[in-house]
Structures are given as C-alpha cells and as structure tokens.
Design a protein around this ligand. Structure first.
Ligand code: ATP
Ligand code: MN
Length: 339
C-alpha cells in the first residue's frame, strides 16, 4: 500500500528565482512549493504525495474558489504534478497541527492517510476491462506494484555504494496482467482480481491468443506466474497506435522458490515462449551518482513503442540484475502533460 500522507521532516528549503512569496521544500526525493517562511528546515510536517485525494476541509484552497470535485463520494481535489514559477512541485505540505487529536505513532514516515481521510485517486476503470471476478488475486503471487524512486533515497544511495546494476525497461501505460499455473490450474488476473474466463474479457482473449496456457504447460512452468502489461487500442487514447491488443512481459515469478527470475533469465524465457517483452532500454546500467534528479531525467523521453516517434513515455522501471530491488521513475514531463 502506498503511504499517501506521512509525517516527515523538511530536509531542505531553497529560494525560487524570481519569486519572493514562495520557496521550494525538499523531503526525500520530492520537491514541493510552499509559502515562504511557513516551514523551517527540520520542521515536522505532514507530506501528501501526488495522487492523494484530499478532502476539501483539509485544503479548501486546492479548489481555487470553485466547487470541489468528487471522488468516491468525497468532496476534494487530486494532487497533481505542477510547475509554479518554473519550479516543479509534487504533493502538498500541511502543518503538523492537522494531526491534532490523532493517536499516531510519532515516528518519521508514520502513515496518517486514514486519520486525514485521504484516499488514492484512481483513473476510472474501463467497464469492459473490469471483467468478472473468479476470486481474489492469488496470495502466492506478488502484485505488480512498483515503488516510486522518490521514496527510496536511502536505498538508492545504498545501491550506488554497492555498485548495483539494473535493467531498465519502458513503463507502459496499460493494465497489469498476470497469467499463472498453480498446481496445474491455469488462471488470468488483472491487477487485483483473478478473472473468470468469459467471452468478452480482453485479458483472457490475449492469454489465449498468445497460447500462454499451453506454452506454460509444455515448458513445465507449474507454480509459476508471468506478469506484464496489457496494452490495447481502447485504453489511454491508444497512445501506442495499436491495431490490436498486446501483452508485454515485465516479470516472471517462481512460486516454488518464492522469487522473481533475474531480468536476464526472464528475457531469455520470454524469447523461448515467444511472448513479447516490454521494451528493454538498458540491460546493466549503474545508477550514476544516485541523484534523484539525474535518474528522473533519464525517465523522460519518447516511447519506443509503435511509430518511429512515439508519445512521451510514462517513465522507466529499474530492476536489479540479480533479482534484488526494483522501482519506477515516472517522467515529470509526462506528469506535467497529463490530462
Ligand atoms: P502508484 O501506486 O505509485 O500511484 P500505480 O498503482 O498506478 O501507482 P503504476 O504507476 O501504474 O502503479 O506502476 C506500477 C505498474 O506499472 C505495475 O502494476 C505494472 O502494471 C505497470 N508497468 C508498466 N510497465 C512496466 C514495466 N516495464 N515494468 C514493471 N511494471 C510495469
Ligand atoms: Mn498506474
């Protein structure tokens, strides 16, 4: 679960050129524009990450004098990536005071989302894609979430120190899909749900089209999961200009050993199975100096999918070559252009 609202210490404050009423606060790998003088370095405050749905009572100013929007019955606003006076700003700081009356463990990075009534904003689900549930997502298989690099400053510094290398793949904008064979039973899941095989279900259709069940059986991949992104003409405005749905693998998980295949082994097995793999941009890249800003700049670029000049890519995903840590770097250019 993503911690949307956390207790944090302000790490740094920087002036913004040409602006005297605002300044830039830094917490972990995030930068947030705040009112000048409202916070000092070392202050405790509550930090809300982008995509937080913020109830209007907490921060009425987010509606800019208009009526607040509504999500899941809560009046409020979504925190987006913005630029103010040329300064990128992601998320929102609230004074520590908003926690008055809360019973919270006063530890740095304590999660206070629930107390504040903050939920995660989600894109509305496409009805046809929603499919029909056969059950919950199998507990034996990890879900496909990736942590944002801004929350892994220490871990990334550690990776640089140990000289770790990473595979970098393009982050595709579609729907997470998992195909599995557990004790001889084949199944197909969306991000959170084990799906019934029904006629109009795109996830199952694509699994059949790539013949994934037979291929897994023939290869003896029992108690095994293949995870990837389902991209198709109908979603996200068909940014990849596809004429038909595609499944592109980004993870393989061995349930018996409880581990992911290394990027190298996954790519090799994907070839053997003849299933497309998510675009690989680098196979063994170090993290440079490990600066969050530098790595975020790598995330920006055109998609290598589809036409020669693709759309702005959503970002990139890092996977340690020995099957260790993984994380995503979302392109700020993409976030700023998001509708
Ligand atoms: P957050 O929880 O940070 O708001 P989110 O829940 O929307 O974000 P995403 O930003 O979509 O999650 O990031 C994780 C998802 O990215 C995975 O579930 C997976 O479906 C998708 N994904 C797309 N391309 C890749 C890739 N190359 N490698 C790994 N995951 C990928
Ligand atoms: Mn997503």
């Amino acid at each position: 679960m993503r911690k949307l609202a956390t207790i944090r210490v302000i790490d740094e404050l920087h002036p913004i050129e040409g602006a005297d009423a605002i300044e830039c606060a830094v917490v972990g790998g995030w930068k947030v524009v705040v009112k000048k003088g409202e916070y000092a370095v070392g202050d405790l405050a509550v930090y809300l990450e982008i995509d937080s749905w913020v109830p209007t009572e907490l921060a009425p100013f987010l509606s800019k004098g208009k009526d607040p929007r509504e999500f899941e019955g809560i009046k409020g606003e979504r925190l987006r990536t913005v630029k103010l006076r040329g300064q990128l700003s992601q998320g929102l700081f609230l004074p520590f005071d908003v926690l008055r009356g809360a019973v919270v463990i006063l530890a740095e990075s304590a999660d206070v989302s629930e107390f504040l009534g903050i939920v995660k904003w989600e894109k509305p689900m496409n009805a046809q894609l929603a499919g029909m549930a056969k059950g919950n997502f199998p507990s034996l298989i990890p879900k496909t979430d990736q942590e944002r690099m801004q929350n892994l400053k220490k871990e990334i510094a550690g990776a640089v120190e140990s000289g770790l290398q990473f595979e970098i793949t393009e982050k595709l904008e579609g729907s997470s899909m998992t195909a599995y064979l557990i004790d001889g039973v084949f199944g197909v899941c969306s991000r959170n749900v084990d799906l019934k095989e029904t006629e109009g279900n795109t996830f199952w259709q694509i699994a059949r089209e790539y013949d994934i069940e037979d291929k897994m059986r023939i290869a003896g991949l029992n108690n095994f999961a293949i995870q990837g992104e389902l991209i198709r003409p109908g979603i996200q405005g068909n940014i990849y200009k596809l004429s038909k749905p595609m499944f592109m693998v980004f993870d393989m998980y061995n349930i018996v050993t409880g581990s992911f295949l290394t990027p190298h082994d996954r790519r090799a097995l994907t070839k053997v199975l003849d299933v497309p793999h998510a675009p690989v941009l680098m196979v063994d890249k170090d993290l440079g100096m490990g600066s969050i800003d530098e790595i975020l700049s790598w995330a920006e670029g055109k998609s290598v999918m589809g036409d020669i000049v693709g759309p702005e890519r959503e970002g990139i995903v890092f996977k340690e070559v020995n099957g260790g840590m993984s994380f995503k770097a979302i392109s700020n250019k993409y976030l700023l252009g998001e509708k």
